[in-house]
Design a protein around this ligand. Structure first.
Ligand SMILES: [Fe+2]
Ligand SMILES: [Fe+2]
Length: 401
């Protein structure tokens, strides 16, 4: 008989899983605490660690238990060699009984998605290195030199070409055209380089998407770029009056690029959900966020947050992804202002014709409380639209899908 360790925080679920696995022919030893279980794992064939929210796979029972503990992981941690029927059994117990209706089916599947490790979403090594090198330029002890960053970028021809194209855009270019990546990186600055690499990462995700009926990746990409550029333009407008750190400009841009990344992941995993979401939007005048909540109990914000944790995005970016539809108009912190900026930029992108979904869908209105938080006036926003529009078109030409 195969021996198995089960680690489940919730006593009721632990008992349920123990009974199910015993019935399936396993000799089960249950634990409530991952570390306690880790000490005993070598004696067992399989380890299942279940806490509350997330699923992580790991080959080593001891390490996985420590990881679960150190990250305060909630979820299901499965041994990679665990037989499929055990995985199914565990997931059934965690997700609850199999659904009857399609609404329950969506909820069941999306809850499963949230517990998974989103394995395909890993960054190529060189890009990961550039992101790490340029991550937090406000920390003087971590600041890399431009040559070091340039050396890494040069190993990736696509990134090299992008840096040169960006350095020749209207906003950045000097008197002479840039043709060397070293000069390009110098002109852009490390914060812009960081934002550009993140942009390429999202571009790769959108490009790699399997076909989803009715989902036009070009339209999504145009929305991401429009929101990013508009966030940056808005940031420039309010930076001095709100005394924001100039280093946050790249966070505003990257927040715009990434705010809806959860949509891409959500609809790739549940393609038919997109059609149903559009129906609710069209016939019940729901926003996409409301329709997703109605159909699967969570929105693209929750799915995107799961993704941001996997990519270890900065706290500000994670909060933008999580709260861009529900910003707090009293939050005057740096992250609160950036979330609000992206929310305004999201609505402006729609108003400028870069929304997602097509005709007949709700164009989000600007929130008066959020405008007050950002000290933005309607006349200023109207004046800013043509500037944003020009830059959006230029950026789309530099980074097309
Ligand atoms: Fe969104
Ligand atoms: Fe959006």
């Amino acid at each position: 008989m195969k021996k198995i360790v089960v680690v489940v925080g919730d006593a009721e679920k632990r008992q349920e899983l123990v009974s199910a696995l015993t019935d399936a022919g396993y000799e089960v030893t249950p634990f409530g605490d991952p570390l306690e279980a880790a000490r005993a794992t070598s004696k067992f064939h399989f380890v299942v660690v279940i806490t509350e929210e997330t699923v992580v796979k790991h080959h080593d029972g001891l390490v996985l238990a420590k990881v679960a503990r150190s990250k305060g992981l909630a979820g299901l941690v499965l041994h990679s060699e665990l037989p499929a029927e055990v995985v199914m059994l565990c997931q059934d117990i965690i997700n609850g009984p199999k659904p009857q209706s399609s609404r329950d089916e969506y909820r069941y599947r999306i809850q499963g998605l949230l517990r998974q490790t989103l394995e395909p979403l890993t960054l190529p090594e060189i890009r990961q290195r550039v992101i790490e090198l340029t991550a937090d330029q406000r920390d003087p002890f971590r600041a890399p030199d431009i040559k070091q960053v340039t050396d890494v970028i040069q190993q990736d021809p696509q990134l090299t070409a992008l840096m040169i194209r960006l350095a020749n855009t209207v906003l950045i270019r000097g008197i002479e055209q840039v043709s060397s990546v070293g000069v390009a990186v110098g002109r852009l600055g490390l914060l812009r380089v960081h934002a550009a690499v993140m942009t390429m990462a999202v571009l790769d995700i959108v490009k790699g998407m399997a076909a989803v009926p009715g989902f036009d990746p070009h339209q999504f990409w145009r929305h991401f770029i429009a929101c990013a550029v508009t966030s940056e333009v808005l940031f420039e407008l309010v930076r001095d009056r709100l005394q924001l750190d100039p280093a946050l400009a790249s966070k505003a841009f990257t927040g715009g690029i990434m705010h809806d990344v959860g949509k891409v992941i959500l609809y790739e995993h549940a393609p038919e959900l997109f059609g149903d979401v559009l129906k609710l939007m069209r016939y019940r005048d729901h926003s996409m966020w409301e329709a997703e909540h109605g159909l699967c109990g969570v929105s693209h914000c929750t799915v995107g947050t799961r993704f941001s944790q996997q990519w270890r995005l900065s706290a500000i970016l994670e909060m933008v992804i999580k709260f861009h539809h529900t910003p707090d108009c009293r939050n005057v912190s740096e992250s609160g202002r950036i979330i609000s900026l992206v929310q305004v930029a999201d609505a402006l992108a729609w108003q400028l014709g870069f929304g997602v979904g097509g005709d007949g869908l709700t164009v989000p209105a600007l929130n008066a409380d959020i405008l007050r938080l950002l000290d933005l006036k309607n006349e200023e926003i109207e004046a800013l639209k043509p500037v944003a529009l020009e830059r959006i078109h230029e950026m789309l030409a530099v980074i097309p899908l």
